[in-house]
Design a protein around this ligand. Structure first.
Ligand code: SAJ
Length: 407
């Protein structure tokens, strides 16, 4: 039996995947409401294929509890929030979860940390917790790091097909954990040491952040001289060794906008491109606000209440709003005391989270003259004709109506 600790965006699909492939699983979360929801037969967030996977896991006997279980393998997938001011990761949840595991686990148990952590966290914050309980790592308790790599929106597919990295103190432990993940993972599973696994995960997300920053910087350069950045990227990408990503309103989510800061924080003075990329991506919501201001002036829209922001989530077809560019824009507008009137709509956000939020596309479109497309949900892609007659600022390159404004 394995005990998966933390049933959020990563822990839940991972627990379900193990169970659906015949591993006996108990999923544990300290949030009782979440556990009750799962026990009532409902999933807790929107994700393609998640409901089907849930049914498969339930039929194989997965259980959910808010209590830690006595077993010989634990997977820790709890959040690693970071402090916005210091940019430092808070390993408190991981350390606490491991500490609680130590209270119930038998000698010989293996603890696998899946949560993304800043390189060095396991040495600094996890090993001491285990040792403080009197266990000898490598003898009484085995430790591994298996960072998740799945992309929201395609999690179920990627869980199965992506390659994975397992970091462990010894080859033997690494191979044992690899065999476990091999129960469902069809991608290559590479065994290495813990520090390398920690660093590799952060490097992957940093690579993507830098590449998005390049696209965003190009968008700014092209805007300053009236060139079409999308056409330039489209043509450049025909070169066999060029693959430029898409400019957009900024980088949201809890991963790509966070992980590069770990390297900037730990290696100040060395992580220069990484820092510059972060700053460029962080500047994009403000850049979109400036574009809105210019277009309102050009089209003589004087009332910000006639402007509508389409999309609150950090990217398309997910319900996750963490670090979303739209929320950053609204925050910035509030600070400039002009956020009160602007309208907002997102089909994935059913609860009220910001003022002037709509829950119906028709009503939203009726009340605005200008629409700013911030997220490319399928809903709007399939309803583009409905934007005819509106002033449209498209930050995602998804609207091809005549007269559409771009970043
Ligand atoms: N974005 C752009 N332009 C692009 C691509 C993305 O502006 O060309 C924006 C998105 O709109 C979004 C942000 O970047 O706001 C991040 O989205 P994403 O789809 O690139 O990535 P995430 O954050 O959803 O998931 C990433 C993935 N990492 C990599 O692709 C290297 C995923 O594999 C990781 O598992 C995940 O982070 C994680 O949990 O670390």
């Amino acid at each position: 039996m394995i005990n998966v600790i933390g049933l959020g965006y990563i822990g839940l699909p991972t627990a379900l995947m193990f169970a659906a492939h015949g591993v006996e699983v108990v999923g544990t979360d300290y949030n009782k409401t979440l556990v009750d929801t799962l026990n009532a037969g409902k999933t807790t967030f929107e994700e393609d294929g998640l409901d089907g996977l849930f049914q498969a896991a339930v039929s194989k006997g997965i259980r959910f509890s808010h209590e830690y279980q006595k077993t010989d393998l634990y997977i820790v997938a709890v959040p690693t929030p970071y402090d916005k001011a210091s940019k430092k990761v808070d390993a408190g949840y991981v350390a606490k979860a491991v500490e609680k595991v130590m209270e119930v686990c038998p000698k010989g148990a293996t603890v696998v940390v899946e949560s993304t952590v800043s390189p060095g966290t396991i040495d600094k914050h996890v090993r001491p917790v285990i040792e403080a309980k009197g266990f000898v790592i490598g003898e009484d308790i085995h430790l591994a790091h298996a960072p998740e790599r799945i992309i929201p929106g395609n999690m179920v597919y990627e869980l199965k097909h992506n390659s994975r990295t397992i970091g462990a103190d010894s080859r033997e432990v690494g191979e044992k954990v690899k065999a476990l993940y091999g129960s469902f993972c069809e991608g290559e599973i590479v065994v290495t040491d813990i520090r390398t696994a920690e660093m590799t995960k952060v490097v992957e997300n940093t690579f993507r952040d830098i590449n998005i920053a390049f696209a965003n910087e190009l968008a700014k350069i092209c805007r300053s001289d009236n060139m079409d950045v999308h056409e330039i990227i489209r043509i450049a990408n025909k070169h066999p060794r060029v693959n430029i990503l898409s400019p957009g309103p900024g980088v949201g989510g809890h991963c790509i906008s966070v992980d590069p800061w770990f390297l900037v924080g730990d290696y100040p003075g060395l992580a220069n491109i990484i820092l510059a990329a972060r700053k460029i991506n962080d500047s994009m919501p403000e850049f979109v606000l400036e574009r809105i201001g210019c277009i309102m002036k050009e089209r003589q829209i004087t009332d910000v209440g006639k402007v509508g922001l389409y999309g609150l989530t950090y990217k398309e077809n997910v319900d996750d709003m963490r670090e979303s560019p739209t929320l950053q824009m609204l925050d910035s507008m509030d600070r400039h005391l002009c956020g009160g009137q602007i309208k907002v709509y997102d089909p994935y956000v059913v609860q009220d989270v910001v003022p002037n939020q709509y829950h119906d596309l028709d009503a939203f479109l009726r009340d605005v003259d200008m629409v700013v497309l911030l997220v490319g949900h399928d809903e709007i892609r399939e309803n583009m004709d409905r934007l005819k007659g509106k002033v449209v600022l498209d930050t995602r390159h998804i609207c091809f109506l005549e007269g559409t404004y771009r970043l």
